[in-house]
Design a protein around this ligand. Sequence first.
Ligand code: COA
Ligand code: ZN
Length: 313
Amino acid sequence: MSKICFQKIRITEVGPRDGFQNIKHHIATEIKIKIIKQLIESGIKKMEITSMVSPKAIPQLADSKEVINEVLTLFPNLISHVLVPNLKGAQIVYDLGIRHINYVISVSPAHNKANINRTHEESIEGMKVIRQDFPDMDFTLSLATVFGCPFIGATSLYILLKLIEQAHQVGINAITLCDTIGVANPAQTQQILTILKNEFPDIDIGMHMHNTHGMALANMLVGLNNGISRFETAIGGLGGCPFAPGAAGNAATEDLVNMLNRMGYETDISIPNLLLCNETIKQYVEPNLLSSLSKARLYDEFNFNAKLLPIGE
Ligand code: COA
Ligand code: ZN
């Protein structure tokens, strides 16, 4: 008997970082923890819980130390990632017990400067020092503005390849391609993935797509079809970089999970539970969510799922 073959997809929820950083009003730490708890109850196993950056740059995440302490205490089984821009951030979160960081460099030099006040040389130097000083830290390189920049438009493929090469040389093998302003199109995504898979066949490529122009799911589908199995999404379609003017939210976790479930991929994430989490977010964080499922009938009394053909038949 041949078996139906499901591919396991790894979803990292980034709402508590990318989402909350872009909310104008203050969100109490206990509300953040309540939402993180609901996300875990939905089946989320990996989450970017906050960032460790200057509170002057991102006041919305000024409680990051409290969030980290609470999450590590209350949810020890969660794989907790924190975004850091520099050595200082890495040191602080390491001391707090975090062992997974997403280190951010923007492919666009102009956005790197606006976002984290660094040149590429400074960011690369920081990356090397962190890699060397914290050998037991799981290190993912998040590359911002891969598909376009709010200041210079198209970004350089040459710089993208050079940054990945430099990360690769110091043993960093997990790279997340971020469409910071949500302008990628499926043909561009295909082109970039083809080149990267050819140049760096052993690198774990993840995708972090914003939905500004409504193409985030289409781009992730291109990723799926190219064997990408790691995606970063935000509950409700929250999200946006305050230093990337005009960008809208991330691809929504519930919309990606819905698409994957319908297609027969395994996620182990419950859509009804994500929708409960939406209700909490609408109440305390943002009443107008951007995700499709937050506004639509689920039709979950029907089964529209794709009929998967058994392998070998
Ligand atoms: N965590 C917390 N505080 C930090 C920090 C970190 N990782 N890095 C620096 N700081 C503090 C410094 O202690 C200093 O504080 P002080 O003014 O009270 O003395 C202040 O920030 C400035 O430090 P400096 O090293 O001169 O940084 P900078 O002014 O060049 O700013 C960043 C650089 C990276 C700290 C800042 O641009 C930043 O936090 N950016 C984050 C952007 C972001 O999160 N974007 C969205 C996600 S992609
Ligand atoms: Zn983002």
